[in-house]
Design a protein around this ligand. Structure first.
Ligand SMILES: Cc1cc2nc3c(=O)[nH]c(=O)nc-3n(C[C@H](O)[C@H](O)[C@H](O)COP(=O)(O)OP(=O)(O)OC[C@H]3O[C@@H](n4cnc5c(N)ncnc54)[C@H](O)[C@@H]3O)c2cc1C
Length: 333
């Protein structure tokens, strides 16, 4: 029998077994399965690519519903309709091959298309909110299967009203792209625009160098991506932190009158947690390529990952008075 534990369903490769794993290959099947489990009061977890999940060790009292409906359809000159279970990076590759721009900067983000609205995935200055027009939802409160406009999801930085609420399951998404030869401006290249396919390759190479493209052979990618969101703090606290570190060039971005967004990776590094912390031999370590990714070196348990997360969180809070908030969804803790 195939292994149905979360260690094999998630990119962090930790976590115990669900009571049951149900793989659904059509939208109707997903909706009917979730409806049936909800009616029976059976706790469930909707799972896509498992790349933003931290699941506890041991037996879990929940049914995992694996979203595995696949398909990409060009429904007019530049609009894609994508089944939720489609691998996200295949959607990007398809768009680029069709000469459709708008998502090339989101190349290499692991997981499923249906999960992209859940935390409004983003990278290199763009996010799914820029192109998402509507989502087909199975509403778990009303039982309705209906298309909802993207703006009903309250998409914001690594957030939507689907994240943590479990109120609905994404069955399909629609993206309004643009016929173009050139990419959107690439922030990490000073706003330069490259031919679409070149932009995609550039993003993939840049992400690979940081361990941000899944690779079975590289434990630096056995992660949930960025483990903490970039914190927004009062400007006065940002001033204090910069003065305390005594180093010019702390990344800080205005997000309103009196608040600024800081870099979680910078804070972690400057709180005394270098890449690879706590060092060779530890089952869970910070990535050796990027401080913001907590990684499984091959034998980590969920408890090891959580201990490391708490260690880093406490260290940053003690040094700088900033409580980092985890980005992935935690289950069973
Ligand atoms: C190496 C690496 C790099 C990453 N880089 C980025 C990045 O650059 N930017 C970024 O934003 N994220 C990044 N991530 C995080 C992750 O890839 C995204 O959040 C992704 O969208 C998660 O998709 P998934 O299908 O794996 O979701 P899962 O991990 O399976 O699920 C995550 C959450 O979404 C819910 N969910 C999943 N599918 C659905 C659905 N169809 N309907 C309703 N709810 C659903 C789940 O219940 C769970 O709560 C990275 C992760 C890794 C491992």
């Amino acid at each position: 029998m195939p292994d149905s534990s979360f260690a094999s369903l998630t990119t962090l490769r930790v976590g115990g077994a669900p009571a049951e794993l149900i793989r659904c290959t059509t939208a109707a099947d997903i909706a009917a399965t979730v409806a049936r489990l909800d009616a029976a009061g059976t706790p469930l977890l909707v799972v896509g690519g498992g790349s933003n999940l931290v699941v506890a060790d041991g037996a879990l009292d929940l049914t995992a519903v694996l979203v595995a409906n696949e398909g990409i359809e060009l429904i007019d000159d530049s609009t894609l309709r994508v089944a939720a279970g489609t691998t996200w990076d295949e959607v990007v590759a398809y768009a680029v091959a069709q000469g459709l721009g708008g998502i090339e900067t989101l190349s290499g983000i692991p997981g499923s298309a249906g999960a992209t609205p859940v935390q409004n995935v983003g990278a290199y200055g763009s996010e799914i909110a820029d192109v998402l027009t509507r989502v087909r939802l199975y509403n778990r409160e009303t039982g309705a299967d209906e298309w909802a406009p993207a703006d009903s999801l309250e998409l914001a930085y690594r957030y939507s009203n689907l994240k943590f609420t479990n109120r609905a399951v994404v069955l399909e998404i629609e993206l309004a792209l643009e016929r173009t030869e050139l990419s959107i401006p690439l922030r990490h290249l000073g706003g330069e625009r490259l031919p679409l396919a070149e932009a995609r390759e550039n993003i993939l190479a840049t992400r690979r160098a940081k361990g941000m493209v899944l690779d079975d052979a590289d434990c630096d990618t056995w992660s949930a991506g960025s483990f903490f969101t970039n914190p927004v703090v009062p400007s006065a606290l940002a001033d204090e932190i910069e003065a305390k570190v005594g180093e010019a060039g702390m990344p800080r971005y205005a997000v309103g009158g009196t608040e600024e967004k800081l870099s979680a990776a910078w804070l972690i590094e400057h709180a005394g947690f270098p890449r690879g912390y706590p060092g060779e031999g530890a089952p869970a370590r910070l990535s050796t390529k990027h401080t913001l990714a907590l990684t499984n070196r091959g034998s980590a348990t969920a408890a090891d990952i959580v201990d490391l997360a708490r260690d880093v969180q406490a260290g940053v809070e003690e040094q700088f008075g900033v409580r980092l908030v985890p980005e992935p969804v935690w289950i069973g803790f």
